[in-house]
Design a protein around this ligand. Structure first.
Ligand code: PXP
Length: 273
């Protein structure tokens, strides 16, 4: 489904009302393709460098516990070679904490992980894991790493993220993107409303707001219009689109989608206040 560019509820606002939205390119699935055959091709580091050349503001990679795509060696090479910030997505475990402290990425995004899932299916249950997450966040932050929690766009998760000292929340956009794929207009509106409300609450709690999961040319724009969102992390769609157009053009087109959408903010009056 193509999300409309404007709706009667929105009105044009000057771009200076909200910061530019950064694009983090997730290169996990370059590694998925490499690993289908073993060997070194296609190389996620080369993809990261190309992505940066095409306008990516940062590179995101998820070192999963089962190492199904990105490997430990990939993280070491990315950290050593790329010229933009590395955002390491990882499960909240002692093993991953040790790896993060060894490589010192710019940021860590803590995600829930289940071995049997195909992708990160939901947000972290911050409330249930408050104590161990707090300790992990403190260790990472003490090492100078910016810590983000991948959460559902739900008030309890936002409040808990702020309480345990996270600097950033990344709002899970998977449910919104699923409703869009199902051509469910009411569902899309409902999920966007959840994202919008959560973003506003997060910013009010002092958190920087990112978003991601499942975003495409059709769905990224509406999220980029949420004034508090300052970063989108996008992977699977861009790597898939690269088959047809090349990775550089796919990223360049995504930048246009995001920048064009940002010219028409949701809630422009509140963004300016
Ligand atoms: N953000 C987070 C926290 C994720 O776990 C993922 C998937 O690894 C993404 C963004 C990117 O999702 P997608 O590959 O669907 O664009």
């Amino acid at each position: 489904m193509t999300t409309p560019v404007t709706s009667p509820a929105q009105s044009p606002a000057p771009t200076k009302a909200a910061p530019r939205v950064r694009l983090g390119v997730n290169i996990d699935h370059v590694a998925t393709i490499r690993n289908a055959r073993g060997g070194r091709h296609p190389d996620p580091l080369r993809a990261a460098q190309l992505a940066i050349g095409a306008g990516a503001d940062g590179i995101t990679a998820h070192l999963r516990e089962d190492r199904r795509h990105i490997s430990d060696a990939d993280i070491a090479r990315l950290k050593a070679e790329i010229t933009r910030p590395l955002n390491l997505e990882m499960a909240a475990t002692d093993e991953m904490l040790a790896i993060a402290l060894r490589h010192l990425p710019h940021a860590c995004c803590l995600v829930p992980e289940k071995r049997e899932e195909r992708t990160t299916e939901g947000g972290l249950d911050v409330v249930a894991r408050e104590d161990d997450l707090r300790a992990l966040v403190q260790r990472l932050a003490a090492a100078g790493i910016r810590v983000s929690l991948f959460v559902e766009p739900a008030p309890e998760a936002i409040v808990a993220a702020a309480r345990i000292g996270a600097q950033v929340v990344e709002l899970h956009t998977g449910a919104y993107c699923e409703r869009s794929l199902a051509d469910d207009g009411a569902g899309v509106a409902r999920e966007l409303e959840r994202i919008d409300t959560a973003a506003e609450a997060a910013a009010a709690a002092g958190l920087e707001v990112h978003a991601g999961h499942g975003l495409t040319f059709n769905t990224a724009g509406a999220v980029a219009r949420v004034p508090e969102v300052v970063e989108l992390n996008i992977g699977h769609f861009l790597v898939g689109e690269a088959i047809f157009t090349g990775l550089g053009p796919a990223i360049a087109q995504m930048r246009v989608v995001i920048d064009e959408a940002r010219k028409t903010l949701l809630r422009p009056s509140r963004a300016r206040s």
